[in-house]
Design a protein. Structure first.
Ligand code: SF4
Ligand code: SF4
Ligand code: SF4
Ligand code: FES
Length: 950
């Protein structure tokens, strides 16, 4: 069904340098060659009736409603499948056409329930519209013949209903699943009158391969596929364009509203990151924003064993500020700090780091990027001069070889994965380097040319051996290197990788990847045309995370795969605004725009604007904050929208540090795991309740727009402002746009960014300045940001985390499509229907050796701790490797991860933990303690009248 405020031109736009002029109903129209007659007519303001065509999908030509007359052409061609031609003369309305169209509609309506008044699509149904458009007044065939009116509804999916009685078999759903989503879960079964839509092997949607992206629901012109929220609430009366708050793809949505209530989220077809597509999270999983667990009133308590006490905003803020000042008075200026949130907007993140630097007077600010992509920032800056990815998502459509390293796009970045799959189905080649068989390795109509199934922790060995092949087999793009890169650093690197110890043959014992596959994959990447690398946390979350990022950059530079469309080095950033939180100066050593706090000129510019003296030494990183807390030197922490007790490694170490602090202030939607150790709770706002911007993985700054008032009374940036004022550092922003104006004033890469420009352009990819007023889709064109590209030697150093007889398996971690990170949001939605607990994937060999069967409880012990998960026996993991997700706190995945971290950035080595797995029949000791502690904390909340529904 069409979303409100969207026009559908019937068939996709075509790009061509050749313009074609034709006449439609006597008026001349000029369009790019390849455009359909239907689209040309729509562009000229002429509506041709249609049912099976929609702009999001290639034309199919099945409904025969869009027939037209073309001078000199026999019969009545379908306008959706007929391309324009120069001089063509088209007639869209005539008595003959009207007759034929009415006849077609009569057939449809004779097998369609006439319950329009109670139908969820009433008012937005294209079938209803077309009946009106063709002037249908009677159905000569009656309604009594054979029909499908009794077909049974499928309500298995928690978010949408399939009512086949209303189906007109237009195939739009099937094509949406094929073309847009790339899951190919739907088919039209049987032929003629018996034809019907079937999910997988005629299963329920829930049991089929469907991943609940909703593309078919959006494509359906009738109420056959309808959102349950729409069925329950009825049509929206207005809509607001905003940006998804889940992952780093940054999909644009139209929030369709009834007053302050969201009816449904419809992907925005003008969205520059998603082009009208979405995944199950962004489209459907927003129930957390109104979940009864949501806390909407401030609370304080003296000790974490005390009950929470509801207080006014004034009291909460005054108490928090007084405590922070008391701690500084007693333990010194550097005894407090703040953590910014990658879930919050740029403006909010900017304000938190400003509060820390200007209000607290130190640089003790850090962010969750510490635990995910900090090596990306470091590695890319060292080699190319900028800390971010080099391309836009659309660039993948020009890639010939796609190299995915340590990323699982179909689960982690699903909408981009759909775009990538489109390119792969069109013929691009795929190389996957991953210890596990991710879905992309083999999926309908796609098969990786090479799956380099390396052992966790051996990335650098693999990248060096690929580089070895490129250098020793003469596959370097010498012209590119000579023109664009430093000669000395290249020579040094070339000599290093050429050494025999880096050959695929020598490294095979380390990586476990056969040398022949490495050689073949290296040749393909270097010689297969445009080579584009996409990588994720499987690259960064290692003791050599930064080294691996540099290794990737070396490889792209050596093969000339930088500085144009179709190539590049593309980190798939995890959370919605992790790129933005890094850009906004969330690290203890950097101001916004990645400028070191020790740089006097930069610091002076902030001191002048902010009216304070600023520290010139970097502050504490998150792990250093924990160490300092355990040493009784760090006593107060302001945490905005981040659950460090669940997300950071070695949980027992983290909680010990939290317990040693005197004032922890948590600003969040829920009493998350960290809040259970807090003394002040400030109720935050969801993305639906505020204005601001998010920056996605392609550096795209997109608008976040308030669709409802904040449930706690304040947006997060307003709360930070209140705290700053109470601390004695004045902040007086009247709107988030003013914060962005300040960011632009102080940050050269954001110099041209403003809310007005974002609204006008839809979104902007930074750098945006006088030279690039509309932003920069592709980086390093012509020259690198740092001038010449710098190669860095990337010696492989094995991780200290060794498998031993006691811990013989390697545990590695990852994500799943339906849940998100710590799960605070998705666990409070119906997404639990797909994944209600974290499981331990174990290879059949390892399971059999240990007497573990599918579904058994398994104890997993590491040097840091132990936990218990249910087993899933699967060949997706290789022998010797076990895998789990970390979306549920009671799973305790981070109880077992260790303190090991990246040498350059302290990013934890989440991806490699030596463990033992044994069959058990009860929870671990930690899990028992966790349940007891969590239960107590919930009890301490019971007296407070602070929930959204109360
Ligand atoms: S919801 Fe998405 S995956 Fe499922 S059938 Fe529809 S288009 Fe396919
Ligand atoms: S379910 Fe909707 S989109 Fe699919 S064939 Fe039926 S009417 Fe068309
Ligand atoms: S792909 Fe990411 S940004 Fe897009 S809808 Fe899904 S979670 Fe949201
Ligand atoms: S819209 Fe052209 S044949 Fe259906």
């Amino acid at each position: 069904m069409l979303s409100i405020a969207e026009q559908d031109y019937g068939t996709p736009a075509r790009e061509s340098e050749t313009a074609v002029t034709l006449t439609i109903d006597g008026s001349e129209v000029t369009v790019p060659q390849g455009t359909s007659v239907m689209r040309a007519a729509a562009l000229a303001g002429v509506k041709i009736p249609k049912l099976c065509a929609t702009e999001q999908l290639e034309a199919f030509g099945s409904c025969r409603l869009c027939l037209v007359q073309i001078a000199g052409v026999k019969g009545l061609p379908a306008s959706c499948t007929t391309p324009v031609a120069a001089g063509m003369r088209v007639t869209t309305q005539s008595p003959q056409l009207a007759d034929v169209r009415r006849g077609v509609m009569e057939l449809y309506i004779s097998d369609h329930p006439l319950d329009c008044l109670t139908c969820p699509a009433n008012g937005h149904c294209e079938l209803q519209d077309m009946a009106g458009a063709v002037g249908l007044r009677e159905v000569r065939y009656g309604y009594a013949g054979a029909n499908h009116l009794d077909a049974k509804k499928d309500t298995s999916n928690p978010y949408f209903t399939f009512d086949p009685a209303k189906c007109i078999v237009c195939s739009r759903c099937v094509r949406a699943c094929d073309e847009q989503q790339g899951t190919l879960a739907l088919t039209i079964q049987d032929r003629g009158f018996g034809s019907k839509v079937a999910a997988s092997q005629d299963e329920s949607f829930m049991d089929s391969e469907c991943v609940s992206c909703g593309a078919c629901v959006q494509a359906c012109p009738t109420a056959t596929l309808s959102e349950n929220s729409l069925i329950a609430k009825g049509q929206a009366e207005h809509s607001v364009v905003t940006t998804c708050a889940y992952c780093g793809v940054g999909c644009s949505f139209r929030a369709e509203m009834q007053g302050q209530e969201v009816v449904r989220m419809v992907p925005n077809k003008d969205g520059q990151a998603n082009h009208g597509h979405s995944c199950v999270k962004g489209r459907f999983a927003i129930g957390y924003a109104t979940h009864p667990d949501r806390i909407v009133k401030p609370m304080i308590r003296a000790k974490i064993s005390d009950p929470w006490r509801e207080v006014t905003w004034q009291e909460a803020i005054a108490h928090a500020a007084a405590e922070l000042k008391r701690i500084q008075g007693r333990y010194g200026r550097d005894s407090i700090g703040g953590i910014t949130s990658s879930r919050c907007t740029n403006e909010e993140t900017y304000l938190v780091q400003k509060l820390v630097r200007a209000g607290f007077g130190n640089n003790n600010v850090d962010t969750c990027a510490r635990v995910c992509h900090s090596p990306t920032g470091y590695g890319l800056r060292q080699t190319m001069g900028e800390s971010a990815g080099t391309q836009d998502f659309d660039s993948v459509m020009k890639a010939d070889v796609i190299f995915v390293i340590g990323a699982n796009p179909t689960d982690g970045h699903p909408v981009f994965a759909s775009q990538m799959k489109r390119r792969l189905r069109a013929g691009a080649k795929l190389i996957v380097a991953d210890p596990r068989r991710i879905d992309l390795v083999r999926t309908p109509h796609i098969e990786a040319a090479y799956h380099l199934k390396l052992l966790p922790g051996t990335n650098v060995a693999l990248i060096n051996s690929i580089a070895h092949v490129i250098v020793t087999e003469g596959l370097v793009d010498e012209k590119f290197v000579e023109a664009r890169c430093e000669t000395a650093s290249f020579e040094k690197w070339r000599n290093f990788v050429a050494a025999e110890r880096n050959s695929p043959e020598a490294m095979a014992v380390v990586t476990g990847v056969p040398a022949a596959s490495v050689r073949a994959a290296a040749r393909l990447y270097a010689t297969g045309g445009n080579g584009a690398i996409y990588y994720g946390l499987g690259v960064t979350e290692h003791s050599q995370g930064s080294t691996m990022v540099m290794g990737i950059a070396n490889l792209a530079m050596a093969t000339g795969n930088i500085g144009r469309e179709g190539v590049g080095v593309n980190p798939l950033r995890g959370q919605n605004n992790v790129q933005g939180s890094c850009d906004m100066g969330s690290f203890p050593h950097e101001f916004p725009g990645y400028r070191h706090v020790g740089d006097e000129t930069v610091r002076a510019s902030f001191e002048k604007d902010w009216g304070v003296h600023l520290q010139s030494e970097p502050g504490l990183r998150i792990p250093n904050m924990f160490e300092a807390a355990l040493d009784d030197e760090f006593k107060g922490l302001y945490i905005e929208g981040e659950d460090i007790a669940q997300s950071d490694p070695n949980t027992q170490h983290v909680t010990a540090a939290l317990m040693s602090m005197e004032c922890i202030i948590v600003q969040d939607l829920f009493l998350n795991e960290t809040a259970k150790y807090a003394h002040v709770f400030l109720p935050g706002s969801s993305f639906l309740e505020k204005d601001g911007t998010f920056t996605n993985a392609e550096r795209r700054i997109s608008p976040v727009r308030k669709v409802m008032e904040p449930k706690s009374g304040y947006a997060d940036w307003q709360i930070t402002q209140l705290l700053a004022n109470a601390m004695g550092y004045p902040m007086n922003y009247a709107h988030a746009a003013e914060i962005m104006d300040e960011i632009a004033r102080l940050t050269p890469t954001f110099a041209g960014v403003s809310f007005e420009r974002i609204d006008r352009l839809g979104s902007i990819q930074w750098p945006c300045d006088a030279a690039h007023p509309d932003g920069t889709p592709t980086m390093h064109v012509g020259e690198f940001v740092r001038g010449k590209g710098r190669f860095l030697v990337t010696e492989y150093v094995p991780t200290a985390e060794k498998v031993t007889a006691k811990f013989p398996l390697i545990l590695t971690t990852g994500r799943i499509l339906s849940q998100y990170n710590v799960g605070a949001q998705t666990r409070r939605t119906k997404n639990n229907a797909w994944h209600e607990e974290d499981l331990l994937e174990i290879h059949p060999h390892d399971a059999e050796e240990r007497g573990i069967a599918d579904g058994d409880w398994v104890g997993i012990a590491s040097r840091a701790g132990d936990t218990v998960l249910r087993a899933r026996v699967t060949e997706r993991v290789q022998p010797g490797v076990v895998y789990t997700t970390f979306h549920f706190p009671e799973s305790g995945a981070n109880v077992i991860t260790t303190d090991n971290s990246d040498w350059a950035t302290n990013c934890p080595e989440y991806k490699v933990t030596a463990v033992q797995a044994t069959r058990v029949n009860q929870p671990s000791e930690w899990q028992r303690r966790f349940r007891e502690f969590s239960g107590n904390q919930q009890t301490l909340l019971q007296g407070a009248d602070v929930f959204a529904t109360k």
